[in-house]
Design a protein. Structure first.
Length: 185
């Protein structure tokens, strides 16, 4: 090994450090731009609305009372699905959604933290007691999709899942009250 002049040694260290700093900078920039790009073009972003709800009374009245759960089509055509994640099931156990139309999922939990995802879609959120989780999506896969709980919530966690029934436009017909439920197949 050749002995370097101390000044040369310093310079070499500085050069290596700058190279690493540049590499890390590139990685951070790439990650941030991917996040912004997918958020703007594919609607992939965290369910960030901060909406509070009292987990002790949500089943008694208001938006998440039993008669309000399930799929509703408003007079202006917007589709909203409301459901509850609780140990160890979803209420309702099956939700009906239209194919290729914007859908808003709203859910909350009365007991512990749960999580949902629907494979092949951007639906993926934590469900935290005290808060309403909200996801906007458009289902582009027809048929029955599986929606498991993906946050360990107790001994029955692995049994906790629901079905998403993606219906063609001619199947997805709201009743006089604007509600749609899963077809019995
Ligand atoms: Cu609910 Cu895991």
């Amino acid at each position: 090994m050749t002995e370097l002049h101390p000044e040369m040694h310093e310079r070499r260290i500085l050069g290596t450090e700058l190279l690493w700093a540049f590499g890390v900078g590139v990685l951070i920039a790439a990650t941030l731009s991917m996040i912004i790009f997918t958020a703007l073009t594919m609607g992939i972003n965290p369910p960030s609305n901060v909406e509070r709800i009292d987990p002790k009374t949500l089943h008694l009245s208001g938006e998440f009372a039993e008669h309000n759960l399930g799929t509703t089509v408003a007079p202006d055509g917007t589709v909203t699905v409301r459901f509850i994640a609780t140990q160890f099931m979803f209420v309702p156990r099956c939700i009906a959604v239209p194919y290729g139309r914007r859908v808003t999922l709203r859910l909350t939990a009365p007991d512990v933290i749960h999580g949902i995802l629907v494979t092949g879609t951007n639906v993926n959120t934590m469900v935290v007691p005290g808060y309403v989780a909200q996801v906007h999506t458009e289902f582009r896969r027809a048929g029955e999709l599986l929606m498991p709980c993906h946050e360990y919530c107790g001994l029955g966690h692995s049994e906790m899942w629901a079905t998403v029934q993606v219906m063609a436009e001619n199947e997805f017909r709201p009743g006089p009250d604007g509600r749609v439920s899963c077809a019995q197949r």
